[in-house]
Write a protein that binds this ligand. Structure first.
Ligand code: BJW
Length: 254
């Protein structure tokens, strides 16, 4: 009886359009804390669901700005792990065979870019670039750390991270691209996400409706674990390299 990883690798080897959606678990092995684990150190008494809101920034821009700058520095210091690198390899293997690969990420850390993924769709923006609250002008090259909290913008507003907070809408272009990919994929991978934050948590339903095989790779069970065709429990940094290697060993034997 083949193990689930080998069976999923066989499906991956014959897929024509793969969509992968990643969450914070993929960066956990790069030492970036996930959202629903307890915060560390100075920030242990804060609740991220309250800090990651426009209301929190309006009420206390200094605290929110400091928290995001602390996390920005951590992301810039981090390195991509074998899970990020395996997803970049998956993109290269598929696109070199004229097949499609779409990477949707909820992560704001830019580690997929740094691992070599060419066009990750950043559903929740990124924490590295900040933007003006008045004009939306983006500032990609701010110093590390940012020297003032909150940081005034030249237009008389404040700088805020270019992320999507609770209650804010995602970029329309990102959501449309995600819908289009999910409607046309034949294999959907949900990796290192608790699958509770919408609209991202709903994309798997669109893929399933389109007839795609669905799989989850996660350290822990989630609300979608019983509904997917394949549920591989473990660290994405261990499983993804094995999966991609097995798929392309298989593809090369054909
Ligand atoms: C490992 C591992 C290892 C660990 N290997 N695995 C429909 C129903 C209900 C509510 C809503 C709805 N539609 C919209 C809403 C409201 C809201 C929402 O979804 N709320 C839910 C909490 C219920 N959504 C929104 O507000 C969104 N906006 C929107 O929809 O606009 C229109 C609208 C507005 C208002 C009402 C209705 C419609 C915006 C969502 C923005 C999310 N932003 C954040 C913060 C980004 C900035 C920042 O970084 O601070 O994005 S929240 C946070 O959660 C972050 C993440 O991207 C997101 C998802 O978290 P993720 O990645 O899944 O991380 P974790 O920590 O939850 O899970 C990690 C997983 O990894 C775990 O399962 C671990 O086990 C696993 N793991 N190590 C593999 N090594």
């Amino acid at each position: 009886m083949p193990d689930p990883l080998s069976t999923l690798a066989t499906r991956l080897a014959s897929a024509r359009h793969v969509v992968a959606i990643t969450g914070a678990g993929v960066s956990a092995e790069s030492n970036i804390p996930t959202y629903r684990d307890k915060m560390e150190g100075l920030w242990a008494s804060f609740d991220f669901q309250k800090l990651a809101t426009p209301e929190a920034f309006a009420a206390d821009p200094e605290t929110v700005s400091r928290w995001y700058d602390f996390r920005r520095t951590k992301c810039l210091d981090a390195q991509p792990n074998p899970g990020h690198i395996a997803l970049a390899r998956l993109e290269r293997e598929l696109t070199s065979r004229s097949l499609r690969f779409t990477l949707l990420t909820q992560n704001v850390d830019r580690l997929h870019h740094r691992a070599g993924s060419t066009n990750p769709i950043e559903l929740h923006g990124n924490i590295i670039h900040w933007r003006c609250t008045k004009t939306n002008t983006r500032y990609p090259d701010l110093p590390v750390p940012i020297p003032r909290h909150p940081m005034p913008s030249p237009a008389g507003g404040l700088l805020r991270p270019d992320v999507v907070w609770f209650g804010e809408t995602l970029s329309e272009a990102a959501v449309l691209a995600a819908y289009e990919a999910c409607e046309h994929c034949d294999l959907f991978l949900s990796i290192g996400t608790s699958a509770v934050v919408y609209p991202a948590a709903g994309f798997i339903q669109i893929a399933r409706k389109a007839g795609a095989t669905t799989a989850e790779i996660n350290r822990d069970p989630t609300p979608i674990s019983d509904a997917v065709d394949f549920s591989l429990q473990g660290n994405s940094g261990d499983i993804l390299p094995k999966l991609v290697e097995a798929a392309f060993d298989e593809a090369l034997r054909r």
